[in-house]
Write a protein that binds this ligand. Sequence first.
Ligand SMILES: C[S@@+](CC[C@H](N)C(=O)[O-])C[C@H]1O[C@@H](n2cnc3c(N)ncnc32)[C@H](O)[C@@H]1O
Length: 663
Amino acid sequence: MAPSRRMQKQGPPPPLDEGLLNKKRKLAAPTKGSVKKQRRSDDAPARNGKVNGISRPSQQKPAKKPLTSMRNADQDEEDGFVDLGGDAVDDPDVMEDELDGVVEDGLDGLDDDDETFDSDADDFANAPSDLEADDDVLDDDQVVQKGVWSEDDDSDAEETLTAANIAGLSRQLDREKAQEDAEADAELAEDAMQTNIAPADLPQDDEADGVKMRMLAPDLQLLRTRITETVRVLSNFKELHDPARSRADYTQALLNDISTYYGYSPFLATKLFSLFPPQEALAFFDANETPRPMVIRTNTLRTHRRNLAHALINRGVTLEPVGKWSKVGLQIFESQVPLGATPEYLAGQYILQAASSFLPVMALAPQEHERCLDMAAAPGGKTTHMAALMRNTGCIFANDANKSRAKALIGNIHRMGVKNTIVCNYSALEFPRVMGGFDRVLLDAPCSGTGVIAKDASVKTHKTPEDFLRLPHLQKQLLLSAIDSVDHASKTGGYIVYSTCSVTVEENEQVVQYVLNKRPNVRLVSTGLVFGREGFVKYMGKRFHPSMKETRRFYPHAYNVDGFFVAKLKKTGPTPVGAVRAQGTVAEKERLVNGARTEEEVHGMEDGTGVEVDENGDVVEDGFGGWDDDDVDAELIERSLKKQLRRKGIDPRAKKEQAKAVK
Ligand SMILES: C[S@@+](CC[C@H](N)C(=O)[O-])C[C@H]1O[C@@H](n2cnc3c(N)ncnc32)[C@H](O)[C@@H]1O
């Protein structure tokens, strides 16, 4: 067979390691112990002569065929089977499209697997002694067989069975079955009561009940069924709903179930649910339960994607281009080597980077010889991408408020041969006072991380209503700083890209709308990205500028990428006099410059800004989040700081007096 086009380009992959195949065959050989084990589990329900509660009229000697087929399914794990590319073979696109050479090996491998299993079957067939020697297993069965009927039994017994006997026996079996069915139903009902699934129509706010329910393990299967059913009703409410229940009832019950089933706080489940129609919300929550594909970005300062793919394939990596939309991404399906330690990685030929992280830089489209700013740059995935697009010309200022993360940024810059970048460590709120006049600015903002729940499940329970007030506030101030740092008269640029790995409206459209209101000298322009959903122009009764549809939303369930938001702004005129000021309070800046300290703060960080609280000190949730009025900010921040002190057990008034005394 002539080699395919791709194979000619990339060269054939290495031959499959025969040693591994032999090992596999060897491992696949049945052992007495494993046979014993499986026989036991297979026959366990039949020991009393019953399967599924029904007496078996004919307990024959164990058939060999089912044993071997069961072995095929389970034995791999028990015997430590090595899967030689089975996953890749499962995906015909992978094999046929990119890795023609590997396909053949992979398929050969699969054939071998089949043969292995067949030969196992033969081994089984030829090893009755193994089974018969297994006294533990067979003795019981033999007893059972004698106790009921067996083809091997003396035929005298059968002859004595008259038609009447058979009818009587049959009636008895029916009675037994009916009784067992009734018992099984009762057991099921009791199990359901022992879960924390409240009947859909029961109120859940009784505290004692709530605590009791939370202490019991959820019956996930039952929950799933009920979620699916409720979504079905909500999708065709008019026809399917129970007249005694309102849509709000159904929705509330669904939200309770979703937060229990997927493990979200009710608050976050509600927030995320509100972004989609019910059916799609379910797809979103489901997608957050599985990891996104591993992707690497070729560093074009060091190599070409084809050469990199070739090198990695030769190391046993199964990969293919990430999609037509990127010329530098490679999706990894399987690897025999740790991808963070290959010679190619150490030589800076690639970086492990989620596919959706390419998008903000593609939208920014920095040009050669420009002067660019990456405001929140660590650990440098996007900075190094920018440097590659600029072919190491011009100048990038890569800033991050977190000093220790800035070190990782420096590491990546060195490893990837980036030579046009200066690393700095300011709160980005300090820009443009530190420096301004950039051709392009990227603000990949700290955020709540609701787009990357598959990577960081702690988001499900750790994000509070306060986060969705505090973070948007920081994001708005950062975006104003980004706008003010751009040279509107840039000959080649004058662009700002704002991105987050969050899908909430508060952190995205609402932030953009805020800066559109505050800075009439910017407008939204196309991101130039070839996929992604349009941003919301209205949401929960609020309307955004119609140009908001130029922004792009990326969802895990829609594109199998991390959830992301990208907006591109063009600065059309100078920032109004007096508008530029250092954003935030002194305390806020100090904390920001000290930087994020915990893992959680990778997405969002403690910025020292506050949230709106009522006279009881409780957070005021407007259901939408964010402040649009600078004048109230200082007051809100002050109140929030007081609240934080109170939480730490410090009386804010005492603190004030202490401060006065020190002065
Ligand atoms: C989403 S991460 C950036 C990821 C980075 N762009 C990349 O692609 O590798 C957000 C970053 O913002 C930084 N950060 C948070 N608050 C900041 C602030 N006020 N000024 C500058 N950086 C900040 C955090 O330290 C964190 O590294």
